[in-house]
Design a protein around this ligand. Structure first.
Ligand SMILES: Nc1ncnc2c1ncn2[C@@H]1O[C@H](COP(=O)(O)OP(=O)(O)O)[C@@H](O)[C@H]1O
Ligand SMILES: [Mg+2]
Length: 232
């Protein structure tokens, strides 16, 4: 299978709410896919389905089971442990001996520029540092696919740039990225492809250039307003 993942006719309902409806898509290795759409349009739900955390109510999900994948959530959850141990624990839980887990954790912290706070309590780090710690935790698993849910939405401009730079470096190293974002500048900088969701439906799925330069009015008036920054 050349796709990392393929969704066919995926519906996901939460009780009476259709969070996703009739979603068809495939994502190939090396793509950098941005999920955009207003609040409640289904971005987080789609990420959770892609990561295998939610099973669809209907339709099928085919995933390359050999591809290692990791997800960074919108508000990363840190344990009341050192930054290093927050990373090491994930590795240890996956079978690495503790000493090796700590070494790899330190390397991952170095990768995201947090080596100097390795012994600080993860919960006392700034928002930007915690988001980088979450990236270190994901990166330490050496994923081929990284899913990120609005990874910079709660960060100040400086931290935003740092996290974005790391995402760009990961992409450059060949990692497949799928990220939800409200930041259209970031989408233009990082994505090769844009999936626009409205009320759980994929209304546009286009190369980034075509999405921002083509006439979206035909797709959806809301998409047009969204791209012009009038909603979201
Ligand atoms: N755990 C849940 N239980 C019930 N409804 C949910 C749950 N998660 C999401 N929803 C609903 O599903 C829809 C899509 O939500 P979500 O995927 O979080 O959108 P987005 O990330 O684009 O803001 C919304 O109507 C939301 O209220
Ligand atoms: Mg969301």
């Amino acid at each position: 299978m050349s796709a990392w993942v393929q969704l066919k006719g995926v519906d996901l309902r939460f009780g009476g709410v259709a969070a996703l409806h009739a979603v068809d898509l495939r994502i190939a290795p090396g793509e950098r896919v941005a999920l955009i759409g207003a609040n409640g349009s289904g971005k987080s739900t789609l990420l959770r389905v892609l990561h295998g955390l939610l099973a669809p109510s209907a339709g099928i999900v085919l995933r390359d089971g050999n591809a290692r994948q990791a997800m960074v959530f919108q508000r990363p959850f840190m344990l009341r442990l050192s930054a290093m141990n927050n990373v090491a624990l994930g590795l240890w839980l996956r079978g690495a001996p503790w000493k090796q887990a700590r070494e790899q954790a330190l390397a991952a912290l170095g990768r995201v520029g947090l080596a100097d706070v390795a012994l600080r309590n993860g919960r006392t780090l700034s928002g930007g540092q915690q988001q980088r710690l979450a990236l270190a935790r994901a990166w330490s698993l050496q994923p081929q696919v990284l899913l990120l849910d609005e990874p910079t939405s709660s960060l100040d401009p400086h931290a935003k740039r740092e996290v974005e730079a790391l995402m760009a470096e990961f992409a450059q190293a060949g990692m497949t990225l799928v990220f939800a974002s409200h930041n259209l500048g970031q989408v233009k900088r990082l994505a090769t492809r844009v999936i626009y969701l409205e009320q759980g439906r994929v209304l546009a799925d286009l190369p980034v250039h075509a999405f921002f330069n083509g006439p979206l009015g035909a797709t959806s008036r809301e998409a047009e307003l969204f791209v012009r920054g009038e909603i979201g």
